[in-house]
Design a protein around this ligand. Structure first.
Ligand code: HEC
Ligand code: HEC
Ligand code: HEC
Length: 156
């Protein structure tokens, strides 16, 4: 028997593949570009390939260090991710939108995170001025202001 659902899936994959990545309707996520770089030679806080695969390990590890050991640094701070990756324009997409940096891939990969129920989903200076939806105040977590370390990983 023909698996009709599978045929439709394959067909839409083929059609999707023919659409350039920049056009809507592509199967690939459109990831908003970062607002800044760590340095001229380094984009992200770790090599970008590594971040694509392992960003969750870095932030969850950072969270555990802060929550359980009181260690506060900027390198893998969630606030810093947002400061650098999300526009501070008042109408910039929020965490629930697939145009929000974090949700761009997550929508595509069917990943759900609850982080932004408590953490700011837009740069902290803006979040301070604008109240969060639902009336709650976002957490403003103060990390120390040491400069971000260049990790010596491959530049991007
Ligand atoms: C100082 C700015 C800066 C900070 C802070 C920063 N990033 Fe990045 N990140 C970049 C740049 C630049 C790139 C390269 C892609 C680009 O230019 O948009 C990048 C790439 C990425 C990518 C790959 C995106 C893609 O296009 O495939 C992920 C995932 C990522 N960052 C997650 C994070 C997370 C999580 C944090 C916080 C722990 C973080 N970044 C902190 C600047 C930053
Ligand atoms: C380049 C695409 C991409 C970007 C951008 C991205 N993520 Fe992810 N994220 C993923 C993928 C894919 C997974 C699932 C990985 C897996 O299941 O092994 C994931 C998983 C996670 C997880 C673990 C979820 C769980 O339940 O296990 C967390 C936490 C997370 N991401 C946080 C973030 C945050 C915060 C941002 C924005 C600062 C972000 N991610 C941006 C692709 C991305
Ligand atoms: C119920 C509210 C809540 C949720 C949901 C939540 N957090 Fe937190 N998070 C906190 C609080 C409270 C702190 C501690 C604030 C402090 O002491 O700075 C914290 C601290 C952190 C820190 C350390 C501070 C920093 O940014 O360096 C990270 C990283 C972090 N959380 C990541 C996450 C991630 C990733 C998720 C989603 C998977 C998440 N949190 C979900 C409340 C929450």
């Amino acid at each position: 028997m023909i698996n009709y659902g599978l045929k439709i899936l394959l067909l839409s994959l083929l059609l999707g593949a023919a659409v350039p990545a920049s056009a809507g309707g592509s199967l690939l996520p459109v990831i908003p570009e970062a607002q800044a770089r760590v340095s001229e030679t380094q984009g992200c806080v770790e090599p970008v390939d590594d971040m694509r695969k392992n960003h969750m390990e870095y932030i969850l590890h950072q969270r555990d260090e802060t929550m359980y050991q009181g260690i506060r640094t900027r390198q893998h701070s969630l606030n810093e991710c947002i400061n650098c990756h999300v526009s501070d324009a008042p109408d910039a997409p929020r965490a629930s939108s697939e145009e929000h940096f974090c949700n761009s891939c997550h929508t595509y990969a069917a990943v759900r995170i609850d982080c932004f129920q408590c953490h700011a989903d837009r740069p902290v200076s803006t979040a301070q001025k604008l109240s969060q939806p639902g009336g709650g105040e976002s957490l403003l977590l103060s990390a120390d202001r040491a400069p971000l370390a260049v990790t010596g990983g491959q530049a991007q």
